[in-house]
Write a protein that binds this ligand. Structure first.
Ligand code: GLY
Length: 572
């Protein structure tokens, strides 16, 4: 049914009455002046793979709440999105209840007890290439299973077994892979073989093709342990034994004690404001929340809406804000359990305003470059984000990751899952860039039991005390800037959720001193103007995969599923 509701017009009251009394609960084809797709009253799931979105929707329809659906989606993505969905990695959850209470769960991986500050350096003190990425030593102690157990213990409504079972069914029966997943598996085949001699998980004799059935019996068996024993099904017993045996086969550091000692942590949500909106986001050990709030503070007083979406002044301002905030990130952010993060100082509006006072409109500020950054490129599949809202209005934003695409690409033999290479998110050596080109120092140095700094930015936005948006994305160092731009797209440029997600993005991270732009993100005249001011503009591949939900003023949910991937939005 075509909807003729317009965002702002004189018929709002009439339209509201129409919506309230005549539109049946369920789907409304929302136009809102743009193609933002169907809208729903009872709940929505937006995530990176169609089968996993369907699992989440089924849980909501069964009476599960947003956390129940999130747990089911996490396990379903571990099966259907092997490059990023995981049980061998970690992540962050931002939660807002229908009553407005917020909370966050940190299930980020931790450095094993045997890890040490210089573990990736050779005898000359140089970083050994690839050691923090493609070896058994690259893995942090996984947090995802404990995170899901903990989220469910605190907020879940349905039985745990009901939430894990759909993933077991998909792993056991198989699912039809998309063209993109087939290509990803084929692209990684040589590395899978090199790193997993004699193991055949995700490898087959002939190239994968769209529509092939991917069956994962070992993973189904592992998930059955998790279904039946919860936390103990992963951190103890046969699965833990398989993980330790795998570690020992490759001189990895994770021990049984590391597994037993792993616990997700509830952390007070980080909150801030942008104009009339309240931002609820992830505190450290993610850098994402602090950086996002700093960015919003930095641009708040400027007339972005008048300048327009991705116009030269908008881009210049946003780039200069990003340059300053990423410089702070490299020095001040790390695991708060190990390093005193100066969050209060970084989030003083006067601080961010004064940082912005040092740029002039005539030319680009030069990033102070002590050591040159090296940006290795966008690898958007390494992480995944899902946004969920339920019938009551509870909302969950979860970003979860293996770090690199397919993590370390090392399978746990017999257990059917991939290990993360999250240790690369630490600073292996001060000033030496990681795989995302990010540099760091003491705040993010390696210490036993410490969590590595992340950029993941699961975020919930409120307006007038009510739920407004649920948002997040993968994309390594670009996560923060993609979430930032998506929020600006809605609030400043009046884009609907799908349009805000589709909109082309750009990225700057202090070092390297380059503005990365997606194809056609800027018009050529504006690119020339910025280049003349000294901005180095470089084309990039797709940046991030934002999956988000907007609550309209009519009380309907409108999703944005990123067309850069297989992302899917489903509601009811
Ligand atoms: N592994 C990417 C991140 O956590 O930022």
């Amino acid at each position: 049914m075509k909807c003729f509701l317009k965002r702002e017009n004189g018929y709002q009251l009439l339209m509201f009455l129409f919506a309230a009394f005549f539109i049946p609960v369920g789907c409304v084809q929302g136009q809102l002046g743009k193609d933002n797709g169907a809208q729903y009253r009872n709940g929505m799931v937006v995530c990176a793979y169609p089968d996993a979105a369907q699992v989440g929707l089924n849980i909501l329809k069964k009476g599960g709440n947003a956390v129940d659906a999130a747990v089911a989606v996490q396990f379903a993505l571990a099966v259907t999105l092997p490059e990023a969905g995981n049980i061998g990695g970690g992540g962050f959850m931002v939660y807002r209840s229908a009553k407005g209470e917020s909370n966050t769960l940190d299930f980020r991986e931790k450095a094993p007890a045997m890890a040490s500050q210089d573990m990736y350096l050779d005898s000359a003190g140089n970083v050994v290439p690839g050691m923090s990425l493609s070896t058994h030593k690259a893995s942090g102690v996984p947090g995802s299973v404990d995170g899901m157990v903990e989220a469910h213990r605190k907020y879940g409504r349905l039985k745990w077994e009901e939430l894990v079972q759909p993933a077991i069914d998909i792993a056991h029966n198989g699912f039809k892979i998309t063209k993109r997943l087939a290509a990803d598996l084929n692209r990684n085949e040589a590395e899978f073989k090199k790193l997993n001699e004699g193991k055949n998980y995700l490898i087959k004799d002939t190239p994968w093709q769209e529509g092939d059935l991917l069956v994962q019996e070992d993973l189904a068996k592992t998930l059955e342990q998790v279904r039946d024993k919860g936390r103990a099904g992963f951190y103890e017993g046969p699965v833990a034994d398989e993980l330790i045996t795998e570690m020992q086969s490759g001189k990895g550091l994770i021990s049984k004690t590391d597994l037993q000692n792993y616990h997700a942590v509830w952390r007070k949500a980080l909150t801030g404001t942008y104009k009339d909106y309240k931002i609820i986001t992830m505190p450290p050990p993610s850098s994402g929340g602090i950086a996002l709030l700093q960015l919003l503070q930095s641009v708040q007083k400027y007339p972005l809406n008048r300048w327009g979406f991705n116009r030269d002044s908008t881009v210049q301002l946003v780039v200069e804000a990003e340059r300053r905030v990423y410089a702070d990130r490299s020095k001040y952010l790390g695991d708060p359990d190990f390093y005193k993060v100066p969050g209060d100082s970084l989030l003083k509006p006067a601080y961010n305003t004064s940082r912005m006072s040092t740029f002039g409109w005539d030319k680009a500020t030069a990033s102070a470059s002590i050591l040159p950054g090296k940006f290795v490129g966008y690898e958007s599949d390494q992480t995944t984000h899902y946004s969920i809202v339920d019938r009551e209005g509870n909302a969950v934003a979860i970003t979860t990751t293996l770090n690199g695409s397919f993590g370390s690409k090392i399978f746990v033999k017999g257990a059917g899952f991939l290990l993360n290479n999250e240790m690369d998110d630490f600073s292996s050596k001060p000033g030496v860039p990681n795989m995302f080109g990010l540099v760091g120092g003491k705040a993010n140095s390696i210490q036993p039991g410490k969590r590595m700094l992340s950029s993941m930015t699961p975020t919930i936005v409120e307006k007038d005390g009510k739920l407004f948006m649920v948002v997040g994305t993968p994309g390594g160092s670009t996560i923060i800037t993609s979430v930032f731009q998506t929020i600006l797209n809605v609030i400043e440029f009046n884009q609907g959720m799908q349009q805000a997600v589709n909109s082309k993005r750009f990225h700057h991270q202090w070092l390297p001193d380059v503005v990365y732009i997606e194809q056609d993100a800027l018009n050529s005249a504006d690119s020339v103007k910025l280049a003349q001011k000294g901005y180095k503009i470089v084309g990039s591949g797709p940046s991030g995969r934002v999956d988000a939900i907007l609550k309209t003023k009519w009380g309907y949910y409108e999703g944005g599923a990123d067309p850069r991937g297989d992302d899917t939005k489903l509601g009811w």
